[in-house]
Ligand binder design. Structure first.
Ligand SMILES: Nc1ncnc2c1ncn2[C@@H]1O[C@H](COP(=O)(O)OP(=O)(O)OP(=O)(O)O)[C@@H](O)[C@H]1O
Ligand SMILES: [Mg+2]
Length: 341
């Protein structure tokens, strides 16, 4: 019997799901809203709907972000997210015996792999097989690159909590480094700065809005106004922020990312580096859309940079490719759990 097959990219910021034969069927915030505690905990919303509840829910509803730095950090919440998500994906019928490809960072620790194993085994719907796929491989496949035969591919995936810099050659990962910086870091810096310098408390959503408009890897001259609460007066109001205020807050991280890319290139064997130089570096992940990111990495490395309008979807598209091509998938799959053979 053919099994339903799904590819899941559990990003720290957004979860993306590909269903075999159907394509990408879900792209929502990795957020779960629950009521109750311990064994009584029950999900009431996930994804964008749960995110909408964030910062305005009554105290009996808990809104949680179950991943940090690209791996599971809150087990109970993650199981709630998993159960609710599968229910949503399968409609009225319970999802049974499905196969899953789950993207994980290339240098994932054993304990973090085991966390996925627990989620799957403690979840309500029992899967047929679950495979882990290293994210850089999925990313490269999602970019339609010839992973098997290319001598050198460099991918820099700038996500919500992480930046994963990887070099691939002839179907394998030569080296990969996971930096604990991504778009969320910028949001946090913005929140802290506005509280300290403007005496305004703003929410995560407003911070993200400011980031998308003002954060730039190269200086720009723009302003944005958001709503918040004045901490001195205790009243709601508006606060206007200029890009010149934000730039110094985030400059260090841009430098850290580009220095890490440069240092990895310096340690890459020449025959691999020459092919990377020929093709250019691939920038992916939602935060690769930050203005000037491509220009900054190009300046720092002197390599050509390729960007994509599918930056948030390349990993899940690669998982989708594997779901549609089981023979290729077999070469890259790390078996996690086999409930039935
Ligand atoms: N236009 C944009 N400009 C700047 N940042 C953006 C833009 N669109 C999305 N982002 C940011 O991209 C990030 C999400 O990207 P992505 O989905 O690749 O991350 P993720 O996979 O959830 O996280 P990670 O890979 O770190 O676990 C968020 O921080 C979001 O604010
Ligand atoms: Mg990601």
């Amino acid at each position: 019997m053919a099994h339903k097959t799904y590819g899941i990219d559990f990003g720290t910021g957004t979860v993306k799901v590909y269903k075999k034969s159907d394509g990408i069927i879900l792209n929502e915030r990795t957020v779960v809203a629950t009521v109750g505690k311990g064994p009584q905990q029950r999900p009431v919303a996930i994804g964008d709907k749960a995110y909408e509840m964030f910062e305005k829910v009554p105290p009996n509803i808990k809104v949680s972000f179950p991943l940090e730095n690209g791996v599971i950090s809150h087990m109970g919440d993650m199981i709630s997210l998993w159960n609710f998500m599968l229910e949503k994906l399968s409609g009225k019928r319970k999802l049974k015996n499905a196969d899953f490809y789950i993207a994980v960072p290339a240098d994932i620790r054993e304990v973090d792999k085991n966390a996925y194993s627990r989620v799957v085994s403690e979840g309500e719907s029992k899967p047929h097989k679950v495979f882990l796929i290293h994210k850089p491989i999925a990313d490269a496949l999602g970019l339609n690159l010839d992973v098997e035969n290319s001598r050198g591919i460099m991918i820099v995936n700038v996500g919500a909590d992480t930046t994963e810099i990887s070099v691939l050659s002839l179907g394998g990962i030569v080296v990969s480094k996971l930096l604990p910086y991504g778009g969320n870091y910028f949001d946090e810096q913005i929140i802290n700065y506005i509280r300290k310098e403007h005496n305004f408390v703003i929410g995560r959503k407003s911070a993200e809005q400011i980031k998308k408009s003002l954060v730039s890897a190269v200086p720009v001259d723009e302003k944005v106004t958001v709503v918040g609460r004045n901490v001195v007066k205790g009243l709601p109001g508006e606060v206007t922020v200029a890009s010149s205020e934000i730039f110094p807050l985030v400059q260090g991280v841009f430098m850290t990312i580009s220095a890490a890319v440069r240092s990895m290139l310096e340690r890459t064997p020449p025959e691999i580096a020459s092919e990377i130089a020929e093709k250019g570096i691939y920038l992916t992940g939602g935060s690769s859309w930050i203005r000037g990111m491509d220009q900054l990495v190009a300046n720092e490395t002197r390599y050509r940079i390729n960007t994509t309008k599918h930056a948030q979807r390349t990993v899940v598209s690669g998982l989708g490719y594997l779901a549609e091509h089981p023979k290729t998938a077999a070469r890259y799959s790390i078996p996690l759990k086999s409930t039935k053979d």
